[in-house]
Write a protein that binds this ligand. Sequence first.
Ligand code: NAD
Length: 303
Amino acid sequence: MSEKIKIVFIGLGNMGAPMAANLVKKGFDVTVFDLNQEAVANLVAQGANQIDSLSELPENTQLVISMLPAGAHVRNVYLGEQDNGLFPKLASGSLVIDCSTIAATDARELAEAAAKHGIAFLDAPVSGGTAGAAAGTLSFIVGGSAEDFERAKPVLEAMGKNIFHAGSHGAGQVAKICNNMLLGILMAGTSEAIALGVKNGLDAKVLSDIMSKSSGGNWVLNVYNPYPGVMENAPAGRGYQNGFMAALMLKDLNLARSLAESCGSDTPMGEQALAQYNRFVETHEGQLDFSAIIDLYEPGLVK
Ligand code: NAD
């Protein structure tokens, strides 16, 4: 793929905005679309073009990337009511890369629907958080054909560091959901461990340093500490804003439950994390970063 390729990027939220900005910085021709006009204006100020509806696709659009909250939004954009869906508007031979975290069953259905129009589809959910999106160091976990994976790779490399081919359509989503079920478990468990230590007189940073270099060490302790004051760059250092919303973690834990039910897999720890995030979203703002779950175990940390 040449750098002159025309990309339409849909969904400029906490993740999509920095991802699209990296494509612009790397010299791609990027046109953006979002329902939020402020998000669009921010990208235009960085050098992107804009469209006001999905009916206004630039001529010769060859590649569409989406980064939307959930399966319903993705279905709506490609198949559904929104401007009658994008698939019929794209030229045969185009490539669609959906980076949202959605059900593997939705991803497979979208791939089938795309194929009817001669369009290649990849599910390519990401890991690495908003910091990884800004730094261009995301992991992409891709499901689809090997040929389409190779075609997408140069564009994904402009936004990420580790580009994995998980398998055929839907495999990217299965891997992502397994990862996020584990992340939900780790965040809840790490949060309760820190809260327990603090209640027993330990300093949160001292305890976190000890655990991160001991057998309890994990990604949450290394880069995403949930306790305010321990890590300046983590969402806990900015009032749990502009991160990975707890409501989206709850969505992912529900996706994990559905996946487990569909194959009869036993996921008791995933169920416990789901119960914890349900409790959090019932009692707090779902917009807060998912690390704010620590407020369940040490009430008062979220202001
Ligand atoms: P977000 O809510 O911040 O952003 C979503 C954006 O999509 C918003 O700007 C919204 O206006 C836009 N949007 C919604 N419906 C639309 C439509 N029909 N047409 C056009 N635009 C529309 O969410 P996010 O945090 O950027 O997450 C996006 C996806 O990435 C989710 O599936 C999430 O699970 C996944 N994810 C998030 C993180 C993270 O750290 N935030 C990390 C990995 C994966």
